[in-house]
Design a protein around this ligand. Sequence first.
Ligand SMILES: NC(=O)c1ccc[n+]([C@@H]2O[C@H](COP(=O)([O-])OP(=O)(O)OC[C@H]3O[C@@H](n4cnc5c(N)ncnc54)[C@H](OP(=O)(O)O)[C@@H]3O)[C@@H](O)[C@H]2O)c1
Length: 327
Amino acid sequence: MKFNALVSSESDKEFSLEIKERDLEELPEGEILIRVNFSSLNYKDALSATGNKGVSRNYPHTPGIDVAGIVKSSSVAEFSEGEEVIVTGYDLGMNTAGGFSEFVRVPKDWVIKKPESLTLSESMALGTAGLTAGLCVRRLINHGITPEMGKLFVTGATGGVGIISLMLLSKLGYEVSAITGKKESEQMLKSYGAKEIIMRDQFDEPLKSPLQKSIFIGGVDAVGGKVLSNLLTFTGQRAAIACCGMVNGAELNTSIFPFILRGVTLFGVDSAETEIEVKEEIWNNFADTWKLKHLEDEIKEISLSELPLEIDTILKGKQIGRVRVKI
Ligand SMILES: NC(=O)c1ccc[n+]([C@@H]2O[C@H](COP(=O)([O-])OP(=O)(O)OC[C@H]3O[C@@H](n4cnc5c(N)ncnc54)[C@H](OP(=O)(O)O)[C@@H]3O)[C@@H](O)[C@H]2O)c1
C-alpha cells in the first residue's frame, strides 16, 4: 500500500525536503502499524530534517519524533485495530522512519494508549515539548519545590518546552519569571502566567562570579550554555533546576559553589528514553489535573507541505509556541 511522507534526502552533502510516495513495505519492522493523524515540530526534528548526523545517521529519511494516531494493525494482544495511541521519542524520527508521514510502524514498547480525556489533536499540541516540560516539572515537584518556597525561572520561554513549562507551572500555582530573547512577546508570556519577563541577554555572557544574590528557587532550562551557567549562580538554598536543551550552547561553565554552599541540584531530563510508565504518568496528568486550557490558543497547525518553512524558522530560534502537523 502506498502513502505520503516528508523525506529528507542527501545529495553532494546538501539536504533537501520533499513529499514522496512510499510503500508500507519500506517501513521498518515492528508490531504496531499506525495511521498518523497528527505529529508536531520539535527542535530535534529540524536537526534531523536538515542532515544533523548526531540525530539521524542515514538518509533518505523521514523525520518526526512525535505521533498521535490510530492503530491500523497489530500483531500483539495489547493493542487492537482502531485504538487511539501516542508515540514519542525512543528512536522514532531519528533512525526509524518518523511521524511526518501518513504511516509509521513501531515496536509495541514505544506505544502509549491515549488517555480518554485528551484528544489526538491536544496530545500533539503538547508533543515531545509538552512531555519534556512535564518531566522537568515532575522533577522539581518530586524534589520538594513548592510554590511557597520562591520563584522559578523558565528559559527559552516562547519556545515549545518553555511555553508549556510556563503554562504548567503557573497553573500549579508557582510564580514564574519568563526568560526570553523576544521583547515583543512580553504580553503573550504574561497572559500565559509569567509574573515577570527577563531579557535573556542579562544571562548570556561569561560568568561574573561563582555565586550571586539568590533570586530563584529553581527553574526549567531549555537553552543550556551561558544562560544556564549564569542562572546556577542566582539560585538559592536547596534550589533545583531541570535542564533539557542546548540552543544557547552545549557547554556548561560552572563551579562547585552552588552545589556545596547552597545545596543546589541540577537535574537532566531526557524525554526520548524515559521509561514508558513515566511517559504514561505525564500524559495522564496532562489529560487530568495538568490540562492546559490556553494551549490551543497558541498552536499553529500546518500540513506536511508547510513543514520546510517552519523547520527553517525553528532552526533560526524564531519559533513562538508550538507547531502541530495535521497529516
Ligand atoms: N532533553 C530532552 O528530552 C528534550 C526534549 C525536547 C526538547 N529538547 C531541547 O530543548 C530545547 C528547546 O526545544 P524546543 O522544542 O522548545 O525548541 P524551540 O521551540 O525552538 O524553543 C527554543 C527557544 O529557545 C530560545 N532561544 C533561541 N535561540 C536561543 C539562543 N541562542 N540562546 C538562548 N535561547 C535561545 C527561544 O526562546 P526565547 O526567544 O523566548 O528565549 C526559542 O524559542 C532544544 O535544545 C531541544 O533540543 C530536549
